[in-house]
Design a protein around this ligand. Structure first.
Ligand code: URA
Ligand code: CA
Length: 434
C-alpha cells in the first residue's frame, strides 16, 4: 500500500477502506509517512469528507495507536464529559464537583489550551500546590473517596491525536466533522469511562461556526460512541460570547468557586447544570431531568458541591482553603478598566479573538514553550444584548506583563461590537442529541 494512492483516491472523492485508514494512522505514528503527505491527505479529507464508516474506522485506528485506560478499579458508572472547546468554558471545574456531590463518579482526563481556547489543566494549576499528574492508583483512590478527580492524561493515550492535532492546527484542517469526531471520540473511548456527555460548541468562538455543522458533528460523535458500546449524549451549546464572565486561569477558578457556592448566576452555570444533569441520568443516579436538577440545586445550596471541589483539591495536593479565600490564588499587579467608546447595545462578539486577548495578556500559549501566567486575563462586565453608555466598563483587565497590553485592549475593543439595535436574544442550548 502507498500513501500517495490514498491521497489521490480521497482527492477524487473515493471512500477509504478500514485497511487503508489503519495504514495511514499507523504509518504516521511510526513516522514512516511524513507530515507533508499527511497534510495533503488531511486537506483532501477536509474537502471530500468521510462517511460514517470511514469516520468510525478513523476513530478506532486512533484509539488503537496507544494505550487504553482501565478504570475498573473505580466504583460505579463513570461518566465522562468533553467540550469541543471555547472561551471561558470552565464547565469541567463546576460539573465534576456537582456530579460527585449528587452521587455520580467523574474520573476525567483533561487537556491544555489549544489555539484560542483555554485548557482545564492550566486552570487547575493556578491553584497553589495542585498536581494534575497522578498515578493511576492515586487517581482511582481520589475518585473512590470524593467522587471526582481531574488530571492530565496518564500513559500514552492516543498518540495519533497528538501528532494529527498539531498538524491540523497549522494546515487549516481543524474544523471538519470527521477529523474532530476522530480526535474527540478516540480520546473518550481510550480513557475508560462507561458513558459520555459531549458539549458541542457553536458560534464565533467555536471551531464549528454554524449550528447546522455543530449538530452534524454532535450526531456523528453520538453515533460513534453508541456503536462502540458507550452510551453518548451531546448538547449543542452557544459560543457566540465567552461562556462565563472570567477569561484567564485563576479568574476562571474564582468564577467556578462562586458558582459552586451559589453566589453567581449566568450562562456558565446554566450550561454546567444541564451537563451535570445529563451525566447524573446517564450514570443511573436519577431517572429524570427534574430529579437531577433538584439535587443539583440542593448540593449548591447546602455547600456540598463546593466542599467536593475542596476535597478534590486537597487530595491532589492543593491548598483547599482557596474555596473559602480566593485571595490565596495568584493576583495580578494591576487591574485596568476597558471602557465602551460609544452608546448602544452589545450586538455581537468575535469570541475567537476574545480568546486571543487573554492569550496576549499571558493566560495561554502562542508557542509550546510559553509559560502561562495564572493571574492574568479579564472579567467581562457586559454580555450580548446589554445596553451600554460611552464610558461604561466593558471589562476589567488583570495585567502583569504590559508588553502586549495595548494590542490586547484594541483587539478586545474591536471584538465587542456595539450598535444601535438590541438584536434578538441568542439561544444557549440549541439541541440535544442522544
Ligand atoms: N477538541 C479536540 O479534542 N479535537 C478537535 O479536533 C477539536 C476540539
Ligand atoms: Ca487544608
Amino acid at each position: 500500500m502507498r500513501i500517495i494512492d490514498l491521497i489521490i483516491k480521497k482527492k477524487r472523492g473515493g471512500v477509504l477502506s478500514k485497511e487503508e485508514i489503519d495504514f495511514f494512522i499507523s504509518g504516521y505514528v511510526s513516522e514512516d509517512i511524513p507530515d507533508y503527505q499527511v497534510s495533503s491527505l488531511l486537506m483532501a479529507i477536509y474537502f471530500q469528507g468521510m462517511n460514517k464508516q470511514e469516520t468510525t474506522d478513523l476513530t478506532m485506528a486512533m484509539v488503537n495507536s496507544g494505550d487504553k485506560i482501565d478504570l475498573s478499579s473505580i466504583n460505579g458508572i463513570k461518566v465522562d464529559k468533553h467540550s469541543t472547546g471555547g472561551v471561558a468554558d470552565t464547565a469541567t471545574l463546576i460539573v465534576g464537583p456537582l456530579v460527585a456531590a449528587a452521587g455520580g463518579m467523574v474520573a476525567k482526563m483533561s487537556g491544555r489550551g489549544l489555539g484560542h481556547t483555554g485548557g482545564t489543566l492550566d486552570k487547575l494549576e493556578s491553584i497553589p500546590g495542585l498536581n494534575i499528574s497522578q498515578t493511576m492508583e492515586r487517581f482511582a483512590e481520589i475518585v473512590n473517596t470524593c467522587g471526582v478527580s481531574v488530571v492530565g492524561q496518564t500513559g500514552n493515550l492516543v498518540p495519533a491525536d497528538k501528532k494529527l492535532y498539531a498538524l491540523r492546527d497549522v494546515t487549516g484542517t481543524v474544523d471538519n466533522v470527521s477529523l474532530i469526531s476522530g480526535s474527540v471520540m478516540s480520546k473518550k473511548l481510550a480513557s475508560g469511562s462507561d458513558k459520555i456527555v459531549l458539549d458541542v460548541k457553536t458560534g464565533s468562538g467555536a471551531f464549528m461556526k454554524d449550528v447546522e455543522g455543530a449538530v452534524e458533528l454532535a450526531k456523528m460523535m453520538v453515533d460513534i460512541g453508541t456503536l462502540s458500546g458507550k452510551e453518548t449524549v451531546a448538547l449543542v451549546t452557544d459560543m457566540n460570547q465567552p461562556l462565563g464572565n472570567a477569561v484567564g486561569n485563576a479568574l476562571e477558578v474564582i468564577e467556578a468557586i462562586e458558582i459552586l457556592g451559589g453566589k453567581h448566576e449566568g450562562d456558565l452555570k446554566t450550561v454546567s447544570c444541564a451537563l451535570a444533569s445529563k451525566m447524573l441520568i446517564l450514570g443511573g443516579i436519577f431517572s429524570s431531568e427534574a430529579e437531577a436538577m433538584a439535587k443539583i440545586n440542593e448540593v449548591i445550596n447546602n455547600g456540598e458541591a463546593l466542599n467536593r471541589f475542596g476535597q478534590m483539591i486537597e487530595m491532589q495536593g492543593g491548598n483547599s482553603e482557596v474555596i473559602n479565600n480566593t485571595g490565596l490564588l495568584a493576583a495580578a499587579d494591576s487591574i485596568i478598566e476597558v471602557k465602551a467608546e460609544k452608546d448602544g447595545y452589545i450586538q455581537s462578539m468575535n469570541t475567537e479573538n476574545m480568546g486571543m486577548v487573554a492569550l496576549l495578556l499571558g493566560a495561554g500559549r502562542t508557542k509550546k514553550t510559553d509559560v502561562v501566567d495564572p493571574a492574568v486575563g479579564y472579567w467581562l462586565k457586559k454580555r450580548i444584548g446589554d445596553s451600554v453608555s460611552k464610558g461604561d466598563v466593558l471589562a476589567d483587565f488583570y495585567v502583569n506583563d504590559k508588553k502586549n497590553l495595548e494590542e490586547s485592549i484594541s483587539l478586545f475593543k474591536n471584538s465587542v461590537i456595539i450598535g444601535n439595535n438590541q438584536g434578538k436574544k441568542i439561544d444557549l442550548i440549541y439541541d440535544t442529541i442522544s
